[in-house]
Design a protein around this ligand. Structure first.
Ligand SMILES: [Zn+2]
Length: 86
């Protein structure tokens, strides 16, 4: 799935979310479009999410950063992120 598809998917989700909460079709589409556009501008869906596991304390979390070493939010140990170029 490409970048554009993820934002289109977000926009579609937002549109139905707003529709369910009583917004008109037109307003829901307009707002969903604006929010998706802002997310695209900020690039919030561009990062690849990885599930990391800390070797020291066993804590698992979803990491979307771009660093080669992530810090365990539980104990502060540096965890090597596989597949990230230095
Ligand atoms: Zn840890």
């Amino acid at each position: 799935m490409g970048k554009a598809d993820r934002y289109a998917e977000l926009e579609e989700w937002l549109r139905s979310f707003l529709r369910e909460r009583g917004w008109s079709e037109k307003e829901a589409a307009r707002r969903a479009s604006r929010i998706a556009e802002e997310c695209r501008r900020l690039g919030i869906l561009d990062a690849e999410a990885r599930t990391l596991r800390c070797e020291r304390c066993g804590h698992e979390w979803v990491y979307t950063g771009r660093l080669r070493r992530a810090t365990c939010p539980s104990c502060g140990t540096k965890v090597l992120v596989k597949g990230v170029e230095e």
